[in-house]
Design a protein around this ligand. Structure first.
Ligand SMILES: Nc1nc2c(ncn2[C@@H]2O[C@H](COP(=O)(O)OP(=O)(O)OP(=O)(O)O)[C@@H](O)[C@H]2O)c(=O)[nH]1
Length: 822
């Protein structure tokens, strides 16, 4: 029964009750049970009267015998304990499940609930007469239904009275009233035959009683409707489809139709899954898949792939539609050579006409004007943004300015920047900075850069060099002119009269505005209200602000803008595409989410030495890109020379970058963007680089002997790479103190900073990212005791076998060699 009905009864009996959560004391329970009992006795008395009048139908007797035992047990046990109720719904449904005839089950349920509703006395007159009609036909079933309700204490008396005229049955365990059909039939083999003679009626009643036991079940509420619909339901077949095709997001109503279900049924299921939905609410593909699983329906996703602009090759625009667009420029260079100062200087001296006085807004990029033409500068100094974007497959930069300080010279990061630009095929303009300094020597810079194939035009080469001073703002105009010149040569064009395409430069969750994306429109025009997909997320342009803080209604090619209207934060480097049709944008976002998830599941296609041979075999590779980091320039050069000589069946090694020092995050990003592997020669990756390498799945190979590097690469190219053992770093400890102990040697007082150091590990000594020694651990102590291992966060004493040149700040890295399966 519903709690509401119980409450109504309680109120009628003047039992104080507040709501369905109120506790019922035992005397209240007794009162309610008595109430039921009285009603049932009345009903039974009336029925008996009618029976005596000879209204009973002949078949009654057959069924009566069968059900007697069950009734008896209900009578015995239904009064036993309130607590038994807890088990009943479960048992009842189990029993119900065993009924193989679904039609009968539904039918029976209808009857069961109708009978169950009776004691409240709320049923209409028509219902009552119907019930009595049923009872006349199947009196036992009706009683049984009542008996199974725990409150049906009245049954005891009722049934006992009736049973007195029938053969007595031994009492059954407490839940006997809920025994399954099989059990029941087994114990009454004889009656099963009779049952067959009149199977439907018997089943109807029996299951109805079982269902009655499962009161409080889902269908209880609709009992009155079911009562009326009982007859129709008998004919209804289960037409739930086995499989459906889903072509995009749908509303609850649409899904219900597709599933041949009532929307209310779907809403109920969704609620149980924790999704509050109305009939018109749109369900995303994930939810549709989940809910279909609930109904046991298979879903085939058929999303219109052919129209996904993310997947399509760049459309070759009709040249007539193309118009010149501003170049997009990034600035790169070594630390302190003046990148930021140069960006600021350009920004403040060349504000776009008509925008002077605007409030500078950080939107990741800005536009300046020179000779009436616009230039877009990406704000981020250094190459992070540039490479991150490339790693994500977007090309943003048209031209890169390489800043080199005239008082310094070509430095490691200068070289790195050159290699990044070359790998991305972006033209370089060299800005020789700080020429205001007396010690500036711009020619020396030109000279040094010739080694990296950047030969000044004035020396017969192709690279434009401009001497500038960011500080005194000298020659900035000339630099801008040169940018425009290179842009002209590149013929940078776009079609402003199409839906926008762009790239996310930065994105973040703003406390006030929600997700904001700073984007560069690269093609077409983005307008307020445009639906779009950025990365895998759907959005609709709510507001657009430019780098001067001005609100825009539209943004054309090469315009950087900050937009709001996303629901989630995309990633820098994600592509953005606007659509005419919101529904399509949503579909594509959904589809991209699924594809992304799938591609995350299938590991990345990044080249590693382990699968190099496979790539070569599949004809995918003609060159193996390699980045070399070594302890000294000499080794890097030697390695480069040797590796470049390798040529196995037409596949060659191409060194895209060499450098000295630890493997940095920037190396990993370059490797990831260019699908390269990294060789560390006597150097280790920095901790952050290690994490990024794991994320980006960049293969790092660490070696100490040149010959081994060459052999490993050759073997990998031949598909014969067979490293049986792979090194597994177990932990790192930092040396905090050094103790020189006579006879023993140097003992390092260490703190384990990651993992653990074990007694049997091999050790390498790392100083400033460079491996200075590799050998065995000699002793591992905590205070005075030898220990097997020391975990992160603990201090310990370590000595290294045959090596005493330990210094404070050195890192001791413990590793073990583990066999790897290939
Ligand atoms: N004399 C002189 N100093 C300059 C010039 N350009 C930059 N500087 C100075 O050089 C120092 C470094 O300049 P930044 O612009 O911060 O250099 P950066 O390349 O952006 O440095 P990071 O952000 O650390 O990579 C600052 O003290 C600047 O004032 C210049 O043209 N002339």
């Amino acid at each position: 029964m519903s709690s509401k009905e119980i409450i109504t009864i309680m109120k009628r009996l003047d039992i104080p009750v507040n709501n369905h959560m109120s506790v019922m004391e035992s005397d209240a329970i007794a009162k309610v049970e008595k109430f039921f009992k009285d009603i049932k006795e009345n009903a039974a008395a009336k029925q008996q009267k009618k029976e005596q009048k000879g209204e009973a139908i002949a078949t009654v007797q057959n069924v009566t015998n069968q059900n007697t035992s069950q009734n008896q047990s209900s009578a015995d046990k239904s009064v036993s304990s309130e607590r038994q109720q807890d088990r009943k719904p479960q048992q009842a449904s189990r029993t119900q499940n065993r009924n193989s005839n679904g039609e009968q089950r539904r039918d029976a349920r209808t009857q069961g609930t109708s009978q169950q509703g009776r004691p409240t006395g709320q049923g209409g007159q028509g219902d009552r007469s119907k019930e009595f009609g049923q009872r006349r036909n199947h009196p036992q079933g009706a009683n049984q239904g009542q008996g199974q309700r725990a409150q049906g204490q009245g049954n005891a008396g009722q049934n006992a009275r009736r049973d007195s005229s029938r053969p007595s049955v031994p009492s059954k365990p407490a839940n006997a009233a809920l025994r399954s059909e099989e059990e029941f039939n087994a114990s009454k083999g004889k009656t099963t035959k009779k049952d067959k003679a009149n199977p439907k009626r018997f089943d109807d009643n029996k299951v109805s009683t079982i269902k009655g036991g499962g009161r409080g079940g889902k269908n209880f509420k609709g009992k009155r409707n079911q009562q009326h619909r009982g007859q129709e339901r008998r004919e209804k077949v289960d037409n739930t489809p086995k499989k459906v095709i889903v072509r995009g997001t749908m509303t609850v109503g649409e899904v219900a139709k597709l599933f041949h279900k009532d929307a209310s049924e779907l809403i109920k299921k969704l609620l149980m899954m924790g999704v509050m939905a109305t009939i018109n609410q749109e369900l995303d593909l994930d939810t549709i898949q989940l809910i279909s699983a609930e109904f046991g329906i298979e879903v085939e996703l058929k999303l219109p792939v052919e129209e996904d602009p993310f997947e399509m090759d760049e459309v070759v625009e009709d040249p007539e539609n193309l118009m010149e667009r501003p170049p997009v420029v990034t600035i790169m260079g070594h630390v302190d050579h003046g990148k930021t100062t140069l960006l600021d200087a350009i920004r403040h001296t060349n504000v776009t006409a008509g925008e002077a006085g605007g409030i500078t807004q950080h939107i990741g990029a800005y536009q300046v004007e020179s000779n009436g033409k616009k230039i877009t500068f990406l704000d981020t100094p250094g190459h992070e943004a540039f490479t991150t974007m490339r790693a994500r497959g977007s090309k943003v930069t048209d031209i890169t300015i390489l800043v080199v300080a005239a008082d310094d010279g070509v430095m490691p990061q200068t070289v790195e920047a050159i290699n990044h630009a070359k790998a991305a095929n972006v033209p370089i303009i060299v800005a020789v900075n700080k020429i205001d300094k007396p010690e500036a020597n711009p020619d020396k810079i030109r000279q040094e850069l010739t080694e990296y194939a950047l030969i000044p035009e004035e020396w017969g080469g192709e690279t434009i060099f401009v001497n500038v001073s960011a500080k005194s703002r000298t020659n900035l105009d000339e630099l801008l002119e040169m940018i425009l010149l290179v842009a002209e040569v590149q013929e940078l064009k776009a079609n402003p009269n199409t839906t926008a395409k762009g790239t996310v430069i930065e994105a973040e969750l703003d406390k006030g505005k929600g997700p904001v994306a700073r984007i560069l429109v690269q093609d077409g025009t983005l307008r307020i209200g445009d639906p779009f997909v950025a990365g895998v997320f759907f959005g609709r342009v709510r507001a657009m602000v430019n780098d001067k803080g001005r609100r825009l209604k539209e943004a054309g090619p090469s315009t950087p803008v900050e937009i709001t209207g996303l629901h989630e934060v995309p990633q820098a480097g994600d592509r953005l595409i606007a659509f005419d049709d919101e529904r399509k944008a949503r579909e594509i976002a959904d589809k991209r989410t699924i594809t992304l998830r799938e591609s995350e599941l299938n590991s990345s296609s990044r080249v590693t030495l382990d699968d190099l041979y496979k790539h070569i075999q599949e004809g995918e590779m003609k060159e193996l890109f390699v980045i070399i980091k070594a302890d000294v320039q000499g080794s890097a050069e030697a390695l480069k020379g040797s590796l470049e000589k390798i040529d196995i069946e037409g596949v060659r090694v191409k060194i895209i970058h060499t450098g000295v020092g630890a493997i940095t995050e920037s190396d990993i990003i370059l490797a990831s963007a260019s699908n390269a592997i990294i060789i560390g020669f006597n150097v280790r990756p920095e901790p952050a680089a290690k994490i990024t390498a794991d994320q980006e799945k960049v293969d790092i190979r660490l070696h100490r002997i040149i010959y081994n590097v060459i052999e490993e690469i050759e073997q990998a190219m031949k598909g014969m790479l067979d490293p049986v053992y792979k090194e597994q770093v177990t932990g790192q400890a930092e040396i905090r103190n050094i103790f020189k102990i006579s006879k023993i040697g140097t003992v390092a007082g260490c703190m384990v900073i990651s993992g653990k150091i074990t007694r049997n590990a091999q050790l390498r000594v790392i100083r400033n990212g460079i491996v200075v020694y590799e050998g065995e651990l000699d002793a591992l102590k905590r205070f005075k005791d030898d220990v097997k291992e020391v975990a992160q966060g603990y201090e310990c004493g370590i000595s290294v076998k045959n090596f005493n040149d330990l210094k404070e700040g050195d890192i001791l890295e413990a590793f073990v060699m583990e066999a790897v399966e290939r």
